[in-house]
Design a protein around this ligand. Structure first.
Ligand code: SME
Length: 138
């Protein structure tokens, strides 16, 4: 039963499911607001280890979503000035915020090695995933 799993165990399972089932999801992870600091902290993830375990608000795609409260779909990471590269194989990225009681408390971040792979279906699907995650956090 899922009842014995910690929140982090469940989040890791979600990462594993997404990574295993969508061929163009090549790095899947969660970042969360780090206490009351204006920065994100890396949570559970699947994919290559990243040096970017702390990201200041405003920095990179993730940091921008922390302040915009909006989905950010990047078809081509080389076209972004405010971008934090984690791996040279990454071509595209999608970040969807997670809201708890209307507050942006974190995000799901997915990198793809395929250029321009993300559609509105990915946005709608990942918004649904983020809503389910939000329910686990209240
Ligand atoms: N590329 C992200 C940094 C996180 S890595 O993708 C895991 C960004 O620009 O915020």
């Amino acid at each position: 039963t899922q009842a014995n799993l910690s929140v982090d165990d469940r989040l890791l399972k979600i990462c594993k499911l997404l990574d295993a089932n969508v061929d163009y999801y090549n790095w899947v992870g969660f970042y969360f607001k780090n206490g009351d600091k204006n920065e994100l902290k890396l949570g559970p993830y699947v994919g290559e280890p990243t040096d970017h375990t702390i990201i200041p608000f405003g920095k990179g795609i993730c940091g921008q979503v922390a302040v915009s409260n909006e989905n950010f779909v990047v078809p081509d990471v080389t076209a972004q000035d405010n971008y934090i590269a984690c791996s040279i194989t990454v071509k595209a990225e999608i970040v969807i915020p997670i809201f708890v009681n209307g507050e942006n408390i974190g995000q799901i971040d997915i990198d793809s090695n395929t250029p321009d792979p993300f559609t509105e279906d990915d946005e709608r699907f990942l918004e649904f995933v983020c809503k389910e995650v939000a329910k686990m956090l209240v």
